[in-house]
Design a protein around this ligand. Structure first.
Ligand code: SAH
Length: 427
C-alpha cells in the first residue's frame, strides 16, 4: 500500500533481479520489459510489479531515507529485547537450538506447542521473532483482499458461506465493481498486491474469472493472487496466462480424517494435489490451516506446518477456527489466542526461513492484540479488506469479522501506525 518503498535495480540475471533498498538487498522476479540497471521499481511478494520514473522514485526515497533507518533500528531493538529471567529449564535447550538454526524434533515441537507458562511463551515468541528479523529484517508485506462473491457450492462444516447457511444473502460483484475496487486500491492507495477471493461459485465461469484478472492486469500494475477454491488446474493455468501469479488455497488440515469430518464428501488429497499443480504451474503459494477445529491435536498442527513447508509455500496462513452460528459446528469453541501465537512462532522456526507468515483477519477477530503479538512472534504479513463496505457483512465466513465496518482509509491508517510502531517497512 502507500507504505511501500521503491527499490533500485542493482543486478539483472534473466528474470532474477537484485534490488537495493538503502543498502539492503532483496531478490525479486521480473516480468516487465525494458528493465535496466539503475531503474527504480516497486516489488511485492518477490515480484516486480511496477517501474517508476527515476525522478519520481528519487523524490519518494528522499522522504523515506531517514525514517527507513529509524524503523530498522526500532525493529532491531524490539527483536533483541532482553530475555525474561525465570525460565522453565525444559525449554532453554530448545530455544538454543532455534537460535542456532538447528532443526527441532517432534517432541520438542510438542513441548513448544503445549507451553502454558507466560514467560516460557514469551521466550519462545522472542526467538521466533529473532529468526524473522534474521531472514527478513524489517520487511513485511501488506496485501489487499477483494471478496468478489459469497456464493459457494461446498458444504464445509466450519464455513459461514457454505451452502448450509440458507439465511445468508448472497452477492456476486459485477466485473466493473471489481475493477473499480481494484483500481481504487492500486491507484489511490497504492496497493501492490491484491487477493481476489470467492466461495466456489458455480455462477462464475473460468472465462469470467480470466477476463476479470486480465482486465485488472491490463489497467493496473499489481500482483494478483487468486483464491477461488478448487477450480482445477485448467482454470489455474488460464488465470496464470491472464496474469495471476499467486494462489491462496489452504489445505485446512493435514489430517485426512479430520478433513473428511469438516469437508464431508471432499478429498484432502485432491486439494493438496491442486496446490502442488499450482506450484508446478509457476504460482506463488499461500497456504496453511485452520487451528482449533474440533478433534485437532498439537501433533496435527505440527504436521500442518510441515505440510506447508513441503508444499514450498512462500506465505503461510494459519488462523483460528471461529464457530459460525449457521453451520454444523456452531456449538464448538474457538481456540485460545496463545495457540495461534505458538503456531505462528513454530511455523517461523520449522518453515522455510524466507517464507512470510500472515496475521489472519480471523486471528484479529479473536484477539485485539493479534497483529502486534503476531508480528512479535514471527509473522510479517497483513491483509487489508478492500471489498466495498456494502458487501463485507455478507462475506460472513465467521461472525463479527475484524475491520468489517472500517473504511479502507481507516484500515490503512491503523496498519501504518502499527507497522511504524514495530519498525516494519513494506518492501
Ligand atoms: N473458496 C476459497 C475461499 C474460502 S474462504 C477457498 O476454498 O480457498 C477462505 C478461508 O476462510 C478458508 O480457506 C478457511 O480456512 C477460512 N474460514 C472459513 N470458515 C472459517 C471459520 N469459521 N473460521 C475461521 N476461518 C474460516
Amino acid at each position: 500500500m502507500c507504505y511501500a518503498i521503491p527499490g533500485q535495480v542493482k543486478e539483472i540475471e534473466g528474470k532474477r533481479i537484485t534490488l537495493d533498498y538503502f543498502g539492503k538487498q532483496k531478490k525479486a522476479i521480473n516480468e516487465l520489459n525494458n528493465l535496466t540497471i539503475g531503474d527504480y521499481v516497486y516489488a511485492q511478494a518477490g515480484y516486480i510489479v511496477e517501474k517508476l520514473p527515476r525522478d519520481e522514485a528519487k523524490e519518494i526515497l528522499v522522504s523515506w531515507r531517514e525514517i527507513f533507518f529509524h524503523l530498522n533500528d526500532i525493529d532491531l531493538k524490539l527483536s533483541q529485547s532482553p530475555q525474561v529471567k525465570s525460565v522453565n529449564s525444559n525449554i532453554i535447550p530448545i530455544i538454543r537450538k532455534i537460535e542456532q538454526g538447528l532443526s527441532l524434533d517432534k517432541s520438542e515441537c510438542l513441548e513448544l506447542l503445549s507451553l502454558k507458562d507466560k514467560e516460557d511463551m514469551q521466550i519462545f515468541f522472542r526467538s521466533a521473532n529473532l529468526l524473522r528479523q534474521k531472514f527478513h529484517q524489517n520487511a513485511c508485506c501488506v496485501h489487499g483482499i477483494i471478496e468478489i462473491s459469497n456464493h459457494c457450492r461446498r458444504n464445509c462444516y466450519y464455513c459461514g458461506i457454505s451452502c448450509y447457511n440458507q439465511s445468508l444473502k448472497r452477492y456476486r460483484m459485477r466485473s466493473d465493481e471489481i475493477l473499480s475496487a481494484a483500481s481504487k486500491a492500486v491507484k489511490k492507495y497504492r496497493f501492490k498486491a491484491l487477493v481476489l477471493q470467492a466461495g466456489e461459485d458455480s455462477g462464475l465461469s473460468i472465462e469470467e474469472l480470466v477476463s476479470i484478472v486480465a482486465e485488472i492486469k491490463r489497467k493496473l500494475s499489481v500482483f494478483i493472487v487468486v483464491s477461488f477454491g478448487e477450480i482445477g488446474i485448467y482454470g489455474l493455468r488460464e488465470l496464470y496466462k491472464a496474469g495471476a501469479r499467486g494462489i491462496l488455497l489452504r489445505f485446512e488440515t493435514s489430517n485426512p480424517l479430520l478433513y473428511s469430518r469438516i469437508c464431508p464428501g471432499h478429498s484432502l488429497d485432491s486439494r493438496i494435489k491442486l496446490i502442488r499443480e499450482a506450484k508446478d504451474a509457476g504460482y506463488l503459494i499461500i497456504t496453511g490451516s485452520l487451528l482449533g477445529i474440533p478433534g485437532q491435536t498439537n501433533n496435527d498442527i505440527i504436521n500442518d506446518i510441515n505440510l506447508a513447508k513441503e508444499l514450498d509455500a512462500e506465505m503461510l496462513s494459519f488462523g483460528p477456527f471461529l464457530p459460525h452460528p449457521n453451520t454444523p459446528l456452531a456449538k464448538e469453541l474457538p481456540p485460545d489466542e496463545s495457540l495461534i501465537l505458538k503456531t505462528l512462532a513454530l511455523a517461523r522456526c520449522l518453515g522455510q526461513p524466507d517464507s512470510s507468515i500472515v496475521v489472519t483477519t480471523a486471528f484479529e477477530t479473536l484477539s485485539k492484540e493479534a497483529r502486534y503479538n503476531g508480528f512479535l512472534s514471527g509473522a510479517n504479513s497483513l491483509m487489508l479488506n478492500v471489498t466495498p463496505l456494502k458487501y463485507r457483512p455478507f462475506y460472513s465466513i465467521y461472525p463479527n469479522r475484524a475491520h468489517q465496518n472500517e473504511s479502507l482509509e481507516e484500515q490503512i491508517e491503523d496498519a501504518a501506525l502499527l507497522l511504524k510502531s514495530l519498525g516494519r517497512v513494506n518492501i
